[in-house]
Design a protein around this ligand. Structure first.
Ligand code: MRU
Length: 361
């Protein structure tokens, strides 16, 4: 029996708290972090207690709702003030994943809708409902991408996964990883290759943890083995998620994705991007316009508690890189597949028009 259990929910909302599975500790320890304020949720996002583009948007939305609820005793003015402050704080927590900015925009919109209410509880309820709606959207999107993606990439038996794009990164089964677990459930895979994903090892720590729990046959490799595995035929496609997709189709994702795309091009293999439409940013024209987060040098310079880079050596630690659209075989979203990935295809997807049908008409 191919056991698939994706019950690794990264967050749980309670009336006055957001409870997060602490992703920094996995797989050694399964701990939770309880956040009661927007400041605590923002810190958890910055410190990567919770990470992955879709889920940080959901967490931020709940952070705003929690802050509004806590301010309700002070009346309408206090709730409005607290909501604005929470939105600003959470929007700045991590810059690259546009899902976070979009979720905050939705929370601001929800506040505007009930701005004329005289009862603070109306606003509190509206913000809670919006946070739940964002969570429900991402969960449904994740399920739809898994099914659609598995249909599209059927035929590949040895996929390679980068970073963590599973249940821990979304509030459903995942993005790229959900496609892979769906293929495994269908009995279509031989084995999954998991790149460890330096520096924070989301692949080795998180993806492997999820796949092991799900009973999916996999092997963890150092990132630098990918090209050799492709050459030997041990990898036949790469599936990745995304943090922001520009209007021209360029994709920002975990650093190392661009190198994988170049390796794929050299070996004639497809690289598929699996992401909900909340990751597409039509206001960002091209890859070079995507803000790339630079993280602390200690993530690279300290390994397992030991200093591995001389103090005097500078370190560059961008968390993401950009893959040009031309290197992407297809984009799989909850609304459909875009291939080739380009500005026209993305615009058609977002406007709901079947561009291929329109072209052939
Ligand atoms: O820095 P992280 O761990 O938040 O980076 C996550 C990624 O790059 C994922 O590939 C991306 O968010 C898509 S996850 C569904």
């Amino acid at each position: 029996v191919r056991r698939v259990d994706v019950a690794c929910r990264p967050l749980r909302r309670e009336a006055d708290a957001l409870v997060l599975l602490d992703q920094r500790r996995l797989p050694e320890r399964v701990d939770e972090v309880r956040c009661r304020t927007a400041e605590e949720v923002a810190a958890a996002i910055r410190d990567m207690v919770v990470r992955g583009a879709p889920v940080i948007g959901v967490a931020a939305a709940h952070g705003v709702a929690l802050e509004a609820r806590a301010a309700a005793g002070g009346g309408m003015a206090a709730v409005r003030e607290a909501t604005f402050r929470a939105c600003d704080l959470l929007a700045a927590a991590r810059p690259t994943a546009v899902n976070l900015a979009l979720a905050i925009e939705r929370m601001r919109g929800a506040l505007a809708e009930v701005a004329a209410a005289s009862d603070a509880s109306v606003v509190v309820e509206r913000l809670d409902a919006e946070a739940r709606a964002i969570e429900e959207f991402e969960e449904a999107a994740s399920l739809a991408m898994a099914r659609m993606g598995a249909d599209l990439v059927a035929g590949h038996r040895r996929p390679y996964l980068h970073c963590n794009t599973g249940a821990l990164a979304t509030v459903g089964p995942g993005t790229a990883q959900a496609v892979v677990t769906e293929l495994w459930r269908r009995g279509a895979l031989e084995r999954v290759v998991v790149g460890e994903t330096r520096p924070l090892l989301q692949g080795a720590r998180l993806t492997a943890w999820e796949l092991a729990r799900a009973g999916v046959l996999h092997v963890v490799v150092v990132d630098s083995l990918a090209a050799a595995l492709m050459r030997r035929g041990e990898v036949d496609c790469v599936l990745v998620g995304a943090d922001r997709i520009a209007a021209n189709g360029d994709v920002a994702n975990k650093v190392g994705t661009y190198a994988l795309a170049v390796h794929c091009a050299h070996h004639g293999l497809p690289l598929y991007v699996v992401a909900p439409t909340t990751t597409i940013d039509p206001r960002c024209p091209a890859g070079e316009d995507i803000p790339i987060e630079e993280r602390d040098r200690r993530e690279v310079a300290v390994l397992g508690g030991r200093v591995v880079v001389p103090e005097e050596s500078p370190v560059a630690n961008p968390a993401f890189d950009v893959t040009p659209a031309a290197l992407v075989g297809a984009l799989i979203t909850e609304r459909g597949v875009v291939t080739p990935l380009d500005a026209a295809g993305l615009a058609a997807l977002l406007s709901g028009v079947d561009e291929k049908a329109a072209r052939s008409a």
